[in-house]
Ligand binder design. Structure first.
Ligand SMILES: Nc1ncnc2c1ncn2[C@@H]1O[C@H](COP(=O)(O)OP(=O)(O)OP(=O)(O)O)[C@@H](O)[C@H]1O
Ligand SMILES: O=P(O)(O)OC[C@H]1O[C@H](OP(=O)(O)OP(=O)(O)O)[C@H](O)[C@@H]1O
Ligand SMILES: [Mg+2]
Length: 288
């Protein structure tokens, strides 16, 4: 089983990091080779350009792929299926035009020109609108084209909006929302390894933004503590043995997974409800 992953650019590092955290440590691949092995003898990695990955998977050079949804859509591959949203590399493809120009809406582009690195996505977008501008494919610096009379508008990636602003361009319409996805070729979907890899990566995504809380609670305050815990699926409650090894301590240990954003409030509330010795830890993986 081979996974194609970005060889450079902004998706490379986070993708490698995700594989590592999922337990798929890379081996023999640190020196910018084309392939790397992983600790799992049945899983190897192929490094490719983010834009080429969907095609590599469709053609059989790899079985699974990790790249932006925008690239999957642009490649128009029909034989791959999405398995998982990896929830990083979030960005939008937008139709944008000069702030002070005459393009205020899609209709203003009839007979006009749109420059983009994503001609297929752009064509599909306009096909639904009934407006038919010329589409010019460029391979970078798309934001400059409206200022050198090459195009009336562009379809390009934005996330913080800085690049658009710097080039005095304003969003006319959103074309596509993207994030990085795990996908596989349809003819290998039934292979058990695919599900193993999906589960491992999903466990990392699941753990992101979650914290593990442990605390001691007097048995007679347990209900009060339980009432203020927002945990997923309810807390785990365990007896604590006292010095003689019997469980007569009257105290229980409560463990719970909570959303990172709820940690601060939860600590205050469980403390008021009688909990003590509260411990907060990160979660590496969470297999559901
Ligand atoms: N500003 C951004 N914020 C978030 N995600 C982005 C941003 N720019 C690009 N991406 C995502 O990363 C993918 C690859 O972009 P990146 O810039 O890393 O590669 P690239 O420009 O194709 O690299 P290269 O051309 O050097 O191979 C995009 O298809 C998109 O999914
Ligand atoms: O909304 P922003 O946060 O400004 O991000 C948008 C920019 O990010 C990407 O470029 P990147 O930085 O990857 O450079 P590249 O053109 O070399 O790929 C994209 O092509 C935009 O130009
Ligand atoms: Mg880029």
């Amino acid at each position: 089983m081979r996974i194609a992953v970005p060889n450079k650019g902004r998706l490379h590092e986070p993708t490698i990091d995700l594989l590592e955290r999922a337990g798929l440590h890379l081996e023999n691949g640190a020196d910018r080779k084309l392939y790397a092995d992983t600790v799992d003898p049945d899983v190897s990695v192929l490094f490719a350009r983010a834009a080429d990955i969907p095609e590599y998977v469709a053609d059989g050079a790899a079985d699974m792929g990790i790249t932006g949804y925008d690239q999957v859509r642009e490649a128009r591959v029909e034989t791959v299926a999405e398995l998982l949203d990896l929830e990083f590399g979030r960005c939008r493809l937008v139709l944008a035009a000069p702030e002070d120009g005459d393009i205020g809406g899609i209709a203003d582009l009839e007979g006009g020109t749109v420059a983009t690195e994503f001609p297929n996505v752009t064509r599909d977008f306009f096909a639904d609108t009934g407006v038919e501008p010329d589409i010019v494919e460029v391979s970078g610096a798309t934001e400059l084209t409206p200022h050198v009379e090459m195009a009336d508008a562009i379809v390009d990636i934005t996330s913080t909006g800085t690049t658009l602003r710097m080039n005095r361009l304003a969003v006319v319409e959103e074309v596509l929302a993207s994030s990085v996805r795990l996908f596989a070729r349809e003819d290998v979907l039934e292979q058990p390894k695919i599900e193993e890899v999906r589960t491992a990566l999903a466990s990392v995504v699941q753990a992101e933004g979650k914290r593990y809380l442990m605390m001691n609670v007097p048995e007679d305050r347990l209900e009060d503590v339980r009432d203020v815990i927002p945990g997923m699926g309810g807390p785990t409650v365990m007896d604590i043995a006292d010095e003689e090894g019997t469980d007569a301590s009257g105290t229980v240990a409560v463990h719970v997974v909570v959303d990172e954003r709820a940690v601060f409030e939860t600590i205050t509330e469980v403390k008021q409800a009688g909990a003590s010795d509260i411990l907060v830890t990160e979660i590496e993986r969470l297999v559901e």
